[in-house]
Design a protein around this ligand. Structure first.
Ligand SMILES: Cc1cc2nc3c(=O)[nH]c(=O)nc-3n(C[C@H](O)[C@H](O)[C@H](O)COP(=O)(O)O)c2cc1C
Length: 211
């Protein structure tokens, strides 16, 4: 078994709240999603994927609700999932043959696909919104974990994230919702930097105006 990450310490162990690291600064400053059409083998093994997911769940999580879960697709299971997606696509009003073919190929675009499911529980104390935000943080953390091991990744929603039929296929419960699909594999082409927001346009210090 390839050990990708150090073991987490037992609960209650002291940990550093800051860990300055030049390499991590570069990693964050240069992070980039892979292009979805250039993700191929090799991807993580089943065991490596478990390790990535163990890192992914190390996100802020109010009241330790763990309000998320995963469905993973690797190997032939991706083809089976694709067939089920094709069936769903084909039964939509006005579906065309190319929609069916395209749907079948969606999970085959990377060796590993992870459906991240947001599973908030309204306990009357922990806002559902906060639990949903935690699912988003988890998706991003999964991408970072994969990138840190050398795999490329991309977070895609597409229609399969918003389809009631896909929810049923994946046995989502009443309170659950897909946060999206994380595609992980080896990037066969390097992506290009995109235009990034001008943070100065997004920030204002409070109070507004000069005092
Ligand atoms: C929730 C969510 C859903 C997304 N869904 C799609 C999608 O369906 N199709 C797509 O091309 N990009 C989608 N993206 C965008 C990509 O994941 C990614 O942000 C983009 O390709 C480039 O981002 P980067 O340059 O910061 O890595 C989605 C992003 C988020 C956060």
């Amino acid at each position: 078994m390839t050990k990708l990450f150090p073991d987490p310490p037992p609960a209650g162990s002291p940990l550093l709240a800051a860990r300055p690291a030049n390499e991590v600064r570069s990693f964050l400053a240069l992070r980039k999603s892979a292009n979805k059409i250039f993700l191929g083998e090799p991807g993580p093994t089943a065991d490596e994927l478990q390790q990535l997911l163990s890192i992914a769940v190390r996100v802020p999580d109010h009241r330790k609700m763990a309000p998320w879960r995963f469905v993973t697709f690797q190997g032939e299971a991706r083809r089976e999932f694709g067939k089920a997606l094709a069936h769903i696509a084909g039964s939509k009003d006005g579906a065309e043959a190319r929609d069916v073919v395209e749907a079948a190929g969606l999970p085959l675009r990377a060796p590993t696909v992870v459906a991240v499911i947001s599973a908030p529980v309204d306990d009357g104390r922990t806002p559902v919104w906060e639990q949903e935000l935690s699912a988003g943080a988890l998706c991003y953390n999964l991408l970072l974990a994969a990138n840190s091991c050398g795999w490329g990744g991309v977070w895609l929603s597409e229609w399969i994230t918003f389809s009631k039929d896909v929810d049923t296929l994946l046995a989502l419960k009443e309170n659950e919702r897909l946060a999206g699909f994380i595609y992980i594999g080896t990037a066969s082409a390097q992506p290009q930097e995109r235009v990034r927001p001008d943070v100065s346009q997004l920030v204002s210090a409070w109070p507004p105006g000069d005092l």
